[in-house]
Structures are given as structure tokens and as C-alpha cells.
Design a protein. Structure first.
Length: 360
């Protein structure tokens, strides 16, 4: 095609049923831009797609014409043509847990910095059927990859049908068919137990998260392993559901355990409930019982007392998820589990045990 001479403005209005006094505006087309800029439609397309081979003066003329006419390239059509949507889908088990929300925020921020949009698919209930349904919807969504925040045992890859172009990265899972990014849950739990034993406590009690949770399971396993490695007694596990209310109920039970001088709680929200229960029952923290949480939520430093806890680097989790996605999209084979290290943050909820236990 040859360049066109543009002497007239493109028509962007059309007569409405022969009524000369009424007009309706139509969508500006690529041909309109080409006519105003005096170039071919193919040249307009090349400018829209960022073709570096277009002469700079021609590019400027096309961009000026786009601006004047209010033309917006059809990004969806261009993405379909080149098979690159610049979008990442995120499937999450829900937006009620601190870990899921902060992981989602980290993934979204990292994706945005990489020039990708995020499409969120929250699951109403953690069932295998809902997981399958979420993946089925991917056939209708313009995404290049999926980050699956999977904290429960529901990923049956044999039952899933994925669009062939979609890459998958999983957070907090034991998946073997996809790359996994996770916080080093075991490292954090071991650090919590060792900190408390190092202060002189004979053993450490544990309030675990839900049985179906991967993170809760790994933290509980590491807690027990750390105690056995030191030859310490392993108290019975108390179990909560990540909420302050469940931590409060566990705290009421532990307040009656005279031998309990140290507690490792599987998340900070349950630790908050535990602290309130101890306060209500007259148990001093850390004078009578030392408490360590997990997550290091922003409010942890404002608890009474400020909470010693295991810090999870959610920003790093998000960056590594997006990094794995981009490497897969670039054609690299990404496998295995990548663990983000944790850090124990010491505040004022832990101390050496009292010589004679709790004061009356």
C-alpha cells in the first residue's frame, strides 16, 4: 500500500435515517487515522504495535492524528493477534486471611511494576469443584498466566483443564506439576521454638491453624520437630481457625495450664486473642507466659505487649511469583519450590520464665 495525501478530515459522523439535523457519532477507525495522517492503515497498525522501524516523523504524524481524533487502539484485538495479553490471573481461596490478602497485594504490586494487569478470581468456598470452575473460566479470560494462592489441599491437577498457553505458579502448596513459591514456614516455626527454649523455657505449647491449611501443617510439624530435637516434652496441640476468637478460646484453656510458660501461635491474629484471654484471666505476658506469633502483621508492634513474631516477606513472595511467571512466558522451564526466608522479630512478649512459675 502507498502513503495517502490527506487534505480532508475523516468523516466521524453519520446521517441518522436521512434526518439531516440529527447525527450520530461513530467510532473512530484506523482508516480515519490513516486518512488524517496521510499514511496507510498498515502504518497506523505498526505505530500502534510499537514497531521501531517506523520513521520518527511518520510516527509523530500518526500519533498526532490519533490524539486529535481521540483514537484508542484495540488492545484486546492486538493481544489476540500476538498471543500476549499482559495480564495475570490470580485465583485465591478467599480474602479473609491475612496471608492471602498480603500475598495478593504483593503479587499485584509486582505484576504492575512489570507492566501486567491482574484479574482476580476469589473462590467463595474452598472446594475442588470451585477450583476446577475457576480454571475453566480461564478459557474466557484474556490472561497469560495464573498465580494460584492455594493454602488447602485442593489442587488435583489431573482434574484440571488449562488453556494451552496459560502458565501457572502456585503459592503455599505441595503441587508437583507447577512451580511453587512459598514462605519458609518450617524455618520460621523452628526459629520461634528455639527462641523460647533459648530463654530457658522447658517446652513450648502451640496453637495451630486449621488442619486443612498447608502453612498451619508445616508450622506445627516444625514446632514438634524442634522440641523433639532438643529432647523436650511435646504438649498437646490446640487448634484455631486463624481468627482472634479462636485464639481467645485457646488462651482460656492455656490459662489453666500451670506448666505452660511459653506459647508459639501459628498467626498473629490468634496471638491477639490469646493475649486478651490471658489479660482477662490475670496471666501476665511475658511475666508468666511468653508468646510468639507468626506473620508480623503491621499491628503486631502495637499489641499489648508488642508481639514477638515471625516476619513473612510477602513482597518477596510476590516478586518471586511474577519472576517465575515472566520466566515461563519467556520460554524457560521453571520447576520446584522456591522458599522465601523468614525473620524472627523480637519485641516485648517474650522473656525468661519466672523461677517459681506464675505469681498468684
Amino acid at each position: 500500500m502507498t502513503e495517502q495525501n490527506a487534505t480532508d478530515r475523516p468523516a466521524v459522523v453519520a446521517k441518522d435515517g436521512g434526518r439531516g439535523a440529527r447525527t450520530r457519532q461513530r467510532r473512530v477507525s484506523m482508516a480515519d487515522v490513516a486518512q488524517l495522517a496521510g499514511v496507510s492503515s498498515q502504518t497506523v497498525s505498526r505505530v500502534s504495535n510499537g514497531d521501531a522501524a517506523v520513521v520518527e516523523t511518520t510516527r509523530k504524524r500518526v500519533l498526532d492524528a490519533m490524539k486529535e481524533l481521540g483514537y484508542r487502539p484495540n488492545s484486546a484485538a492486538r493481544a489476540l493477534k500476538r498471543g500476549d495479553f499482559r495480564a495475570i490471573g490470580v485465583i485465591t481461596m478467599g480474602l479473609t486471611s491475612t496471608g492471602n490478602v498480603r500475598t495478593l497485594d504483593a503479587v499485584a504490586g509486582s505484576a504492575s511494576r512489570a507492566g501486567y494487569a491482574v484479574t482476580l478470581i476469589p473462590l467463595d468456598a474452598p472446594t475442588q469443584e470451585n477450583v476446577k470452575g475457576a480454571f475453566t473460566r480461564l478459557d474466557e479470560l484474556a490472561v497469560d498466566a495464573v498465580v494460584l494462592i492455594m493454602e488447602v489441599h485442593l489442587l488435583d491437577t489431573a482434574a484440571l483443564t488449562l488453556p494451552p498457553h496459560v502458565k501457572v505458579v502456585v503459592v503455599d502448596s505441595d503441587a508437583t506439576d507447577f512451580p511453587v513459591v512459598d514462605t519458609d514456614q518450617r524455618q520460621g516455626a523452628r526459629a520461634a521454638v528455639r527462641h523460647l527454649l533459648g530463654l530457658g523455657h522447658d517446652t513450648v505449647w502451640h496453637i495451630a491453624g486449621p488442619e486443612e491449611s498447608f502453612a498451619a501443617g508445616r508450622r506445627a510439624e516444625a514446632w514438634e520437630e524442634a522440641l523433639r530435637a532438643e529432647g523436650r516434652a511435646v504438649p498437646p496441640v490446640l487448634r484455631g481457625d486463624w481468627t482472634p476468637g479462636s485464639g481467645y478460646e485457646a488462651g482460656l484453656r492455656l490459662a489453666d495450664e500451670a506448666g505452660c510458660t511459653a506459647v508459639f501461635v501459628a498467626n498473629d491474629q490468634m496471638a491477639l486473642g490469646l493475649l486478651r484471654a490471658f489479660h482477662d484471666r490475670g496471666v501476665r505476658v511475658p511475666g508468666d507466659v511468653s508468646v510468639v506469633g507468626f506473620d508480623d502483621i503491621p499491628e503486631a508492634a502495637s499489641f499489648i505487649p508488642p508481639l514477638t513474631t515471625v516476619h513473612q516477606d510477602f513482597a518477596q513472595v510476590g516478586e518471586w511469583c511474577v519472576d517465575a511467571v515472566l520466566r515461563e512466558l519467556a520460554g524457560e522451564t521453571v520447576t520446584g519450590v522456591r522458599l522465601v526466608p523468614t525473620t524472627l522479630v523480637e519485641r516485648h512478649s517474650t522473656a525468661s520464665p519466672a523461677a517459681r512459675g506464675r505469681e498468684s
